[in-house]
Design a protein around this ligand. Structure first.
Ligand code: KG4
Ligand code: ZN
Length: 344
């Protein structure tokens, strides 16, 4: 081991094939992503069989490309990591099997990483001291969760969505508005020139005294509104802005409440939806006015990538954790026990 361990991570939990090589906690030598967005766009969403077949085609060349970009030899790797779950089983199996195979062949430790932990810890990437006590909002296409972080590997789930994830709501509403998949970036862009006050849409569970979320009612409200509107140019940005504001009002308000309830000084926000420009501004304003520190995942680490998986692997390796090779990929892998709304 030279200056810091050398980790290679593979991520194939959904529709992005990704490989990263990380030296120590902060020297990202390569982060390759082969996006399948164009393939799935014609279906308006991810088709699991298409995704897994493409992971199989892409994974080996991508590992080669990552090693080349990093300028490292495969024999110099100190540990191999792969996403264990949650995600689409047929997609997970490709990266997880390749990761295990590499570890066995190279006789190196293997670390199976929880995809949610990858998102949760991504705002700490590059921090010299590693992750610290905080409340994390993980908001992606598959999950919307508030998590209390005590230390690496010590998490409690404060609340989560009871139906659609926030990113899923962005994607479904975009589809209703005939915008391209994935819908989040398209809505974000159109909303910049829209009026968030034009349409009064529901803020579900805003006043519930827990940290759970629900976004399917909001999506249905947009569905009922659409036939009454002509989707001419002026309406679309206003509808995007009004929908986005409704999602953000709930995300910001519940996150601040969770930080207060758990007496956390630090809030983190991660996952694909944390790339949203308006959410980043609103969360920054709210955290500053309520006296919380805030760490937002860096934009390239928000949507699925392998750098966040490599980062978790390094933090775990430094603590002596590794995964038994008999542990399988798990599409329903959870992240810590549920804890009550008082944060205990
Ligand atoms: O974290 P991610 O890449 O995959 C999952 O683990 O689910 O998140 C993908 C989700 C999609 O629903 C996508 O529409 C959303 O993140 N997303 C955004 C933005 N960029 C990506 N949502 C809102 N605004 C964005 N700028
Ligand atoms: Zn993700």
């Amino acid at each position: 081991m030279r200056d810091g361990i050398l980790a290679l991570a593979v991520e194939t939990s959904c529709d992005e094939t990704a490989v990263a090589i990380l030296r120590g906690r902060d020297r990202l030598l390569a982060s390759e992503i082969a996006s399948q967005v164009a393939l799935h766009r014609e279906f308006g969403g991810v088709v699991p069989e298409v995704a897994s077949r493409n992971h199989l085609v892409k994974i080996k060349p991508l590992i080669g490309a990552a090693l080349k970009r990093a300028g490292e030899a495969i024999s110099d790797l100190d540990c191999i990591a792969a996403t264990r779950g949650p995600g689409l089983l047929t997609s997970l199996l490709v990266g997880y099997s390749v990761g295990k195979g590499l570890a066995i062949g190279l006789r190196k430790p293997f670390i199976g990483v929880n995809h949610l932990e990858g998102h949760l810890l991504s705002p700490f990437f590059g921090e010299p001291g590693g992750p610290t006590r905080s409340v994390g909002l993980v908001v992606s296409g598959g999950h919307t969760m508030l998590i209390r972080l005590e230390d690496v590997g010590v998490y409690g789930v404060l609340g989560q969505t009871l139906d659609d994830a926030a990113g899923e709501a962005f994607d479904k509403v975009a589809k209703l508005m005939r915008l391209p998949y994935p819908g989040g970036p398209a809505i974000d862009e159109l909303a910049r020139s829209g009026d968030p006050l034009r349409f009064d849409l529901p803020r579900s569970m805003l006043k519930s005294r827990d940290f759970n979320f629900s976004f399917s009612g909001l999506k249905t409200a947009v569905r009922y509104l659409l036939p009454k509107l002509e989707l001419e140019d002026g309406v679309r940005p206003d509808l995007c802005a009004s929908f986005q504001e409704a999602v953000i009002d709930v995300l910001v308000s519940k996150t601040i409440a969770a930080a207060k309830a758990t007496r956390s000084e630090l809030i983190t926000v991660s996952g694909g939806v944390s790339r949203n420009s308006r959410l980043r501004v609103r969360m920054s304003e709210a955290a500053a006015s309520e006296g919380f520190k805030l760490k937002l995942a860096a934009p390239p680490l928000t949507t699925d990538n392998a750098a966040m998986i490599a980062y978790v692997a390094v933090e775990q390796f430094l603590r002596g954790f590794k995964t038994d090779l008999s542990d399988d990929a798990d599409p329903n892998l959870g992240l810590g026990p549920p804890i009550n709304s008082a944060g205990r």
